[in-house]
Design a protein around this ligand. Structure first.
Ligand code: CU
Ligand code: CU
Length: 287
């Protein structure tokens, strides 16, 4: 059992060890395999294929397993490392310590969004982007989108998601009118806003974080560790509610074969949402 810490409490030695393990996975090719896996399962709901990772109920369990796989690789290199989480409702500034030279590095420069500082800067660090062929080989960011400003989700916006009394709802996609999953994943939004919560954070970071190859930016892991923690919070708040749908959708339902029920295996790991409803005995979150 290990602990995932709030990134703001990491010591500089802990930041160094996390960064070193990430850079080593990048060097040996493991990291890019993870980026490819994410991109492979980044299926929007306009496609009539299975959507396992996004715009579907298995958004939470799929990313939980994905993070655990990545964390296992980090811990094989350094057993003292785990994925820190980033609470974006409180650490909401583009100049917070998260984006400092000794951790994730800062935003991209104005001309081409190229990240110029920190260990993941192409020119001065050890980070070449290889997955996402139409993109340049350097990491890009546009923190806060200065030209078209966007703010990170507020505590009230997050609370709106945590207050949902059901896990997910028909039609189980980005248009689901209610449910914790779509409110937190962030497609369900008032008309005045296009993004909420999880999606808004991807947009606020900008650059690589806005597409299927988002894990090219190591910020991805810290963002999704917080999303994973929020699933725990929702479960604790609604002990009588659980993952939906419980059973595979009936014949004639347009979403049949496109979303996974509680006991259906999730590719690429052959593990079911039920097996990922908790993470007891594996890791815990520092409060
Ligand atoms: Cu994802
Ligand atoms: Cu995401």
């Amino acid at each position: 059992m290990y602990t995932r810490q709030n990134q703001k409490n990491l010591t500089s030695a802990q930041k160094k060890r996390f960064v070193a393990a990430v850079l080593e996975l990048k060097r040996d090719g493991t990291y890019d395999t993870f980026v490819r896996t994410h991109d492979r399962w980044f299926v929007p709901d306009r496609d009539s294929k299975l959507r396992v990772g996004h715009m579907s109920p298995s958004f939470f369990p799929w990313h939980r397993r994905y993070l655990m796989e990545f964390e296992n690789k980090l811990r094989a290199l350094d057993p003292g490392v785990s994925i820190p989480y980033w609470d974006w409702t409180t650490d909401s500034s583009p100049v917070s310590s998260l984006w400092a030279e000794d951790f994730l590095g800062g935003t991209g420069r104005a001309t081409d969004r190229k990240v110029m500082t920190g260990p993941f800067a192409h020119d001065t660090g050890n980070w070449t982007v290889r997955v996402g062929v139409s993109e340049a080989p350097y990491l890009t960011r546009n923190l806060g989108r200065p030209n078209n400003p966007i703010k990170l989700p507020t505590a009230a916006e997050l609370q709106w998601a945590l207050d949902a009394t059901v896990y997910d709802a028909d039609p189980w996609d980005s248009t689901a009118p209610d449910g914790f999953r779509n409110r937190l994943e962030g497609w369900a939004a008032p008309r005045t806003e296009r993004w909420r919560n999880h999606n808004k954070v991807h947009q606020w970071i900008g650059g690589h974080m806005t597409g299927g190859t988002a894990p090219n930016d190591p910020a991805f892991w810290l963002h999704h560790a917080f999303v994973d923690l929020l699933w725990d919070r929702w479960q604790a708040k609604h002990p009588g509610a659980g993952y939906l749908p419980v059973r595979p959708l009936p014949l004639g339902d347009l979403q049949r074969g496109r979303v996974l029920a509680l006991d259906e295996p999730m590719p690429p790991w052959n593990v079911t949402p039920r097996e990922l409803l908790g993470h007891q005995g594996v890791y815990r979150y520092e409060p």
